[in-house]
Design a protein around this ligand. Structure first.
Ligand SMILES: [Zn+2]
Length: 91
């Protein structure tokens, strides 16, 4: 697996990106940074990425690429397969 793009300039990240995602005892992929699985989403690539529009009670509208437990992204580059919402890292 080659790394072509980083979302962060932190070179520490290179240590954490394995060729194969690591999984916990339940078979869920764990984040290489926080070592937890509960905020990890599989990244779904497609030509029409789903964006979820959230309107809060105060009327603010925010957009989220997280939908039904997956993180949606356009299929331009595919450097990562999973996304941790806690650390905002893809791996
Ligand atoms: Zn994490």
């Amino acid at each position: 697996m080659s790394i072509r793009e980083f979302d962060s300039n932190n070179p520490e990240l290179t240590f954490y990106i394995p060729g194969q995602p690591r999984r916990n005892a339940f078979g869920k992929v764990i984040c290489p940074k926080c070592k937890k699985a509960d905020k990890v989403y599989e990244i779904e690539y497609g030509d029409n990425p789903i964006t979820v529009r959230n309107i809060s009670l105060s009327g603010d509208t925010t957009y989220s690429p997280l939908y039904k437990g997956k993180y949606y992204q356009e299929c331009l580059v595919r450097p990562a397969k999973y996304y941790c919402d806690r650390d905002k890292v893809k791996f």
